[in-house]
Write a protein that binds this ligand. Structure first.
Ligand code: SAT
Ligand code: MN
Length: 591
């Protein structure tokens, strides 16, 4: 006997492939309920109240921090897990030696087994989002399905999430259908916190299918799929196919006393000060002279050549997921002002009157540590070293109005840098684009608490993309080189190091606001109105070109910071050459 055909479910959207995927995921994961997120304030408030009721979020002191919340992660789930992060391409070589790889079929099987029935007793949230200004041709959409209301709330702060994003997905899919084209107009991200068991945790990327599957972690970079998974790993793959760049870079606008604004994109590894540089406050003398700093983005930059040959960039994100420890009135007053209200804090400590606390906030003392225990220094730092704040970028006092410009901003300079106690001078300029790509490809930095594993080890981290490039680094370097073509007006490329130390382990350079002195030199080079000294490593500032900050004792000390040592440098080159050799089979001849 034939079964009675069941009535197909009523469509939820005008995008049939999205409806079908959501139905398939629901059939696999068996949630109690499905909630399509509209991104409204009412929806956000309801999510927060629900999380307050079940203890996922604790309200912070409403007088000092209105609208702020604390989330405490599982102690085994506090950072990205690079060893559990995979790029699953049909051809293993396409993922490259820079990624962990698994065959797509095997990865889907493994992940689907984990997802089977995992949302029983939970609500499944469908989260449409747009990376980039909603009406920007450079922006791209995705849909994250998750069973974590904490993830939904964070996605609302970090992306343009909800009805407007869904409308763009519907419009683009209708356009694609009308043009008879194949493929999806959105990235499919499936996420479950599972049981937060590190033994059942994987972050899988399928760039050929524009898909992500993440299981077993609720932590930012593992779970907010719009961020590293989509906007870097999948987007870098798409960018290569489509002729643009998806980079791990802040974007900052520097307005000079003449009234011109130069946009600089800078790649530093996680927890190396991108947020601080993006929100820099000029030293007093610069402020008085008329210098201003405009924040466009603090972590990710998508850029493509415009009709004028320049690279035009957007920040695909709408919020900041910043490192809390070290954020202070001295290091980053703009960030501190930004997170005074309507912020979700993760794994910070608390004062006895319910204010968030972390190392670097010296005016208060912690009462409770990040795990909720009475603070005892014997247990380690009060805040987790990778404790975070999530906040809408619109709350930042230095947020640039141009950050919402659909066309993006033109990039004048690209800056690479890392944490290097030795070897690397404060700043140097690459001789040309190819040399700049070499400088980015060979950069290195000391590891930080943003990923699990040992902290403080120097590792090569090309373009700060080692954990985030969704394909073979050899192909990636070749893609970078390909931008140097007739008609291109490419940015100048620089390398900086704020973290050089003396023999006693003290930082030689004050950093933070004083870094504007270096950016001023960079802008002078871009404009062509300051000269430089040609050396074997690149172009260095002429003596006197960078003014000495008060904390640098004398001109000799400044000269040390600005200099390099030829024998240390030749070791550096040998190590860099060895690191590049790992990509030998696809390394472009230009490098
Ligand atoms: O990956 S996260 O966004 O969680 C933090 C980082 O490493 O930049
Ligand atoms: Mn980052």
């Amino acid at each position: 006997m034939n079964a009675v055909p069941s009535t197909p479910p009523a469509p939820n959207t005008r995008c049939a492939s999205l409806d079908a995927w959501v139905a398939d995921v629901a059939a696999l994961t068996c949630p109690d309920a499905i909630h399509w997120c509209d991104g409204s304030a009412a929806e956000y408030d309801a999510l927060l109240s629900g999380m307050q009721a079940d203890g996922t979020l604790l309200p912070l002191n409403p007088d000092t921090h209105p609208g702020c919340w604390l989330h405490r992660s599982d102690p085994d789930d506090v950072a990205r897990v690079e060893h559990l992060t995979f790029v699953c391409t049909r051809d293993r070589d396409d993922a490259g030696p820079n990624n962990h790889w698994m065959a797509p079929d095997e990865a889907h099987r493994k992940m689907d087994a984990l997802f089977e029935g995992c949302m029983r007793g939970r609500t499944m949230y469908v989260v449409p989002y747009c990376m980039g200004p909603i009406d920007s041709p450079l922006a791209r959409c995705g849909v994250e399905i998750t069973d974590s209301p904490y993830v939904v709330a964070n996605m609302r702060l970090m992306t343009r999430m909800g009805a407007a994003a869904l409308a763009r997905i519907e419009r683009e899919s209708a356009d694609r259908d009308a043009a008879g084209e194949q493929g999806d107009v959105f990235v499919r991200g499936l996420h479950s916190i599972g049981e937060l068991d590190p033994a059942r945790r994987f972050i899988m990327h399928f760039p050929e299918e524009l898909a992500i599957k993440s299981f077993g972690s609720g932590y930012g970079g593992n779970a907010l799929l719009g961020k590293k998974c989509h906007a870097l790993r999948i987007a870098s793959w798409q960018a290569r196919q489509e002729g643009w760049l998806a980079e791990h870079m802040l974007i900052v606008g520097i307005e000079t006393p003449r009234g011109d604004t130069h946009y600089i994109a800078a790649a530093f590894p996680s927890a190396c000060g991108k947020t601080n540089l993006a929100m820099l406050i000029p030293p007093a003398a610069y402020r008085e002279a008329g210098w201003k700093v405009w924040t466009v983005g603090d972590d990710i930059c998508w850029m493509r050549p415009g009709p004028d040959g320049r690279l035009w960039a957007i920040n695909p994100e709408a919020g900041f997921f910043g490192v809390a420890p070290g954020t202070s009135a001295a290091s980053n007053p703009n960030a501190l002002a930004t997170i005074q209200r309507d912020t979700i804090f993760t794994n910070v400590a608390l004062t006895d009157d319910g204010q968030p606390w972390w190392e670097g906030l010296d005016d208060r003392v912690p009462a409770t540590d990040w795990r909720g225990r009475p603070f005892d220094p014997a247990n380690g730092p009060a805040a987790h070293p990778n404790a975070r704040f999530t906040v809408s970028a619109a709350q930042c006092p230095s947020y640039s109005p141009r950050a919402e410009d659909p066309q993006g901003v033109p990039i004048s300079a690209i800056v690479f840098g890392g944490r290097r106690a030795t070897t690397m001078p404060l700043v140097f300029e690459a001789r040309d684009w190819t040399h700049g790509v070499y400088v980015g490809a060979t950069m290195a930095s000391e590891t930080t608490a943003a990923a699990t594993g040992q902290v403080g080890i120097v590792r090569r981290d090309p373009m700060a993309m080692k954990p985030f490039c969704g394909y073979h680094f050899g192909d990636y370097f070749a893609h970078w080189l390909s931008f140097d073509r007739p008609g291109a007006r490419l940015p100048k490329v620089f390398h900086v190091n704020w973290f050089r130390k003396d023999a006693d382990g003290r930082f030689l350079w004050p950093g933070f606001g004083e870094n504007l002195r270096v950016l001023e030199w960079i802008i002078g080079r871009v404009r062509g109105d300051v000269s430089a000294v040609d050396t074997e490593i690149g172009r260095l500032p002429c003596p006197g070109a960078i003014e000495r900050p008060a904390s640098v004792p004398d001109d000799a000390a400044l000269a040390t910071i600005l200099s390099y040592d030829a024998s240390t440098w030749s070791t550096e080159c040998a190590e860099a050459r060895q690191a590049l050799a790992a990509y030998r089979t696809r390394l472009p001849a230009g490098l």
